[in-house]
Design a protein around this ligand. Structure first.
Ligand code: DAH
Length: 341
């Protein structure tokens, strides 16, 4: 029995060397945990040593107890150190794998912006809103009553053919509106004067496509009805509009024309001075005094009220202002055109 203590101490010394080597070799937390089970678990050699302690003398037990404590302390310290190393290695690996290179140049942002037509429409509306107009809207698929009848365009009126109307299949008397004028009728049949509205929107005609024609285009319609409204009000309004949009040096000129819903009617030109001494007139819109017959059909007393109206092509204004030569540019979505404005 007297050799027992040195033998157990030798065993402990061997276990210590093996354990420290195993701890140093453990490559990840799971392997490290295995080392702990192997060297300190219930079925470890260490447990056997502990079990055999009861057979020793009290002195031998004390001596071995101290050696066991020393083993435990050294094991635990080495274990904790390796555990910390593995944790920081894991963190470092993760940081490396999730690394962001903040010195990379960012992808260039390309902020969007409204289409040129939308910009011009907004500018036009702003001018009229500044004069006190309200904005009204109406449907693009429109009843013939509004698109034609209430505007004095009778069924066999040549204007119906001239306008190359697109009819909506399967509906009686529904068309894609050929102009924004039907909204005049919509407003007048629901509202009594004073009226001052502008109506932006898309319009449709079965035109064949060329540099100045498109089956889809857009207009801003205007309507003012009140007591004592005259052609001078029409002229003043359109002059102020033209100057706001094209420049303070502009003038306008009214040429006699015909529209079924206005009497008298006019085509309105705006003056231009091109470099090189060229000057002249460009047609920008149609206008006139609302026909008393239209007022009456819409439920407004023509004895008491009068009004003026106008219709402006937005593409035309945009083309004149921005030097766009071909109306198709607006609808082809070529990014070079879209991004230019
Ligand atoms: N609706 C006409 C067109 O599309 C334009 C127009 C002319 C509108 C005279 C009006 C107006 O309100 O008074 O050709």
């Amino acid at each position: 029995m007297s050799d027992a203590v040195p033998r157990e101490t030798d065993t402990l010394q061997r276990l210590r060397d093996e354990a420290l080597a195993a701890i140093a070799q453990a490559g990840d937390p799971a392997a490290l945990n295995q080392v702990r089970v192997r060297f300190t678990g219930k079925r470890s050699e260490l447990a056997d040593v502990q079990k055999r302690m009861k057979d020793l003398s009290p002195d031998g037990r004390r001596a071995l107890g101290q050696a066991l404590n020393a083993f435990r302390a050294e094991f635990d310290a080495a274990y904790a150190t390796r555990d910390a190393e593995l944790a920081s290695a894991a963190l470092a690996a993760r940081l490396e794998s999730e690394r962001l290179d903040l010195t990379l140049p960012p992808r260039r942002l390309r902020p969007g912006r409204p289409h040129l037509l939308t910009q011009v429409e907004q500018e036009m509306l702003d001018v009229f809103i500044g004069m006190g107009f309200q904005v009204a809207e109406g449907p693009e698929a429109e009843a013939g009553v509004y698109n034609f009848d209430l505007l004095n365009i009778e069924p066999d009126h040549p204007a119906r053919q001239e306008m190359d109307t697109i009819y909506v299949d399967g509906f009686d008397d529904v068309v894609l509106r050929t102009h924004t004028s039907p909204v005049q009728a919509r407003v007048m049949t629901t509202q009594q004067p004073p009226i001052a509205v502008v109506v932006p929107g898309r319009t449709y005609r079965a035109d064949s496509v060329d540099a100045t024609h498109s089956p889809v285009f857009s207009q801003v319609e205007g309507l003012v009805v009140g007591e004592g409204i005259t052609m001078a009000d029409l002229r003043g309004t359109l002059l102020a509009f033209s100057r706001a949009l094209f420049g303070e040096d502009r003038d306008i000129r009214l040429r006699p024309s015909f529209f079924p819903f206005t009497e008298p009617s006019a085509e309105v030109d705006v003056s231009f001075d091109a470099p090189g001494g060229n000057h002249g007139w460009l047609e920008i819109l149609g206008a006139g005094m609302v026909d008393p017959n239209v007022l009456a059909m819409c439920g407004i007393d023509p004895e008491r009220y009068s009004g003026f109206a106008f219709g402006i092509g937005i593409e035309r204004v945009a083309m004149l202002r921005h030097g766009v030569r071909d109306i198709r540019e607006f609808f082809e979505s070529d990014v070079r055109f879209v991004a230019h404005f």
